[in-house]
Write a protein of this length. Structure first.
Length: 142
């Protein structure tokens, strides 16, 4: 059986870096769900196949660095740094995220994800660079 971190690394490369949404089925079981990336929403494989091109519409030259990983039985926890180039503003973009993946055999059956999407959108120029500070001070972004 392949190492779980190698499977996840291949997933990042094929699906997220290369944008190959046809590869999603090779990595996720049929009834899989991913939670945490979007609040109060369980993403299915179909949702992920829509999210990948949406990210690629904003970010070019995507590259991932695995900063940390640990595995206990069929659960893999990974901290990654996502790097790329903003599609519109041509600015270097870098943010971190975490995923905890539950495996069934060599496929993901569930993931719990958190990525710094505020930083991602701020670096793209879609949110103010000081969004978190503004929100903490009680300011409104509207």
């Amino acid at each position: 059986m392949r190492q779980k971190i190698d499977i996840y690394s291949d997933y990042l490369d094929q699906v997220w870096r290369q944008g190959d949404i046809t590869a999603i089925d090779r990595f996720w079981v049929q009834e899989a769900v991913s939670v945490g990336l979007i609040a109060d929403f369980e993403m299915t494989r179909a949702d992920i196949s829509e999210l990948v091109p949406a990210v690629h519409a904003h970010l070019d030259a995507i590259h991932y660095d695995i900063l940390y990983h640990s595995q206990v039985d069929d659960v893999l926890h990974v901290v990654v740094q996502v790097n790329g180039m903003g599609h519109e503003n041509r600015t270097k973009v870098s943010f971190t995220g975490q995923s905890t993946l539950v495996f069934t055999g060599d496929k993901f059956s569930r993931s719990y994800d958190h990525y710094d999407l505020i930083s991602f959108f701020a670096q793209l120029g879609l949110l103010p660079p000081d969004t978190v500070a503004l929100c903490l001070s009680g300011e409104s972004l509207s």
